[in-house]
Design a protein around this ligand. Structure first.
Ligand code: UDP
Length: 329
């Protein structure tokens, strides 16, 4: 019997590339699609010798064609950091709306399962804490993050419409802050910023007074949650994230300490609409998927540090605002 095939859009990105690894390890054939705006071939170059792996350099907002059968479509293509939304606002809106429509249409034509990578950003600057899946959120549609938040909210609505109207088997994951190897060094997110700055001995830039909170999940835990959700029967959105909440200031101090760095924290203005708190309620994931995170922060940060050290030896210092399409870092 031929192997079951999955399509992973955004497969050359941070999360997408880890998914490619996982599905290949599970014996699937993997079709990875990416237009490399924020994805990076270095994340998947170790897979090019594998005959079960295929790479299509394509923009998923255009008509997408994949020959042969597909068991599942996992839609992970999207810019995904606040700096990326600022630099790529139209692409962010297009991939969440047009790209999701194209990926759904392909899944329907193949009779494939569809899994949407959605986000805790659907909750915006939340007024309910921790966030449960039945909270509808507090999103500013016209702020700088609106391009991402509203695109993903639209994508969820479109996914549910395909489920209800076309009877497509669909799954929606709401991903909370995730970290690990293959994050872009200069994408402006907290972990890459803090770790790169600490390793270079530069000031570590904490936005606001650092009292805003986040809850960080190691990438392997997230991938396990995605894999289980795809094979579950749960149609409505499911939070996957690590509920261990901490202030960004404490997080920055933890990273500096781990790096053995003498870097000092410096405080910069808080970006517009930066959520004040964020913590997933994972009651549903525990109940429906039997899933919970296993990797603690110290272990996850150690593994990530090894990656950052190896990458920083290879690339010159870059600015946090560096264009995502600039592949030097
Ligand atoms: N942050 C920070 N310094 C940085 C980058 C980010 O203090 O150099 C803060 C940011 O304002 C936010 C938190 O860290 O409060 C997490 O930011 P990130 O961009 O990683 O993710 P998101 O805001 O989407 O959760």
């Amino acid at each position: 019997m031929s192997k079951r095939r999955v399509l992973i859009t955004g497969g050359a990105g941070f999360l997408g590339s880890h998914l490619c690894d996982r599905f290949l390890a599970e014996g699937f054939e993997v079709v990875c699609m990416d237009n490399l705006i924020t994805g990076d071939l270095r994340n998947i170059e170790h897979l090019f010798g594998n005959s079960s792996f295929h790479f299509y350099n394509q923009d998923v907002t255009e008509f997408i064609h994949v020959p042969g059968d597909l068991y599942a479509v996992l839609h992970f293509a999207s810019p995904a950091s606040p700096i990326d939304y600022l630099e790529l606002p139209i692409q962010t809106l297009k991939v969440g709306s047009l790209g999701t429509h194209k990926a759904l249409g392909l899944a329907r034509s193949k009779g494939a399962r569809f899994l949407l990578a959605s986000t805790s950003e659907c909750y915006g600057d939340p007024l309910v804490h921790p966030q449960r899946e039945d909270y509808w959120g507090n999103v500013n549609p016209v702020g700088p993050r609106g391009v991402y938040d509203e695109a993903k909210r639209f994508a969820e609505a479109m996914t549910m419409a395909y489920h209800r109207y076309h009877k497509l088997e669909t799954r929606i994951i709401r991903i909370f802050n995730t970290y690990g190897p293959r994050m872009r060094l200069n994408d402006g997110r907290a972990l890459p910023a803090f770790m790169s700055q600490a390793l270079r001995g530069e000031d570590v830039t904490v936005f606001g007074d650092g009292s805003q909170t986040r809850s960080f999940c190691y990438v392997d835990d997230l991938v396990e949650g995605i894999y289980r959700l795809l094979h579950s029967n749960e149609v409505y959105p499911t939070n996957i994230g690590n509920p261990a909440e901490m202030t960004i200031r404490d997080f920055a101090e933890e990273v500096v300490k781990l790096c053995g760095s003498k870097s000092k924290l410096v405080f910069k203005p808080l970006p517009e609409d930066d959520p004040k708190v964020r913590q997933p309620d994972i009651t549903k994931a525990r109940r429906v998927l039997g899933w919970e995170p296993k990797v603690d922060l110290a272990t996850g940060l150690e593994r990530t540090l090894a990656y950052f050290r190896s990458r920083l030896e290879l690339v010159p210092a870059g600015k946090p605002g560096q264009k995502p399409s600039d592949k030097r870092a």
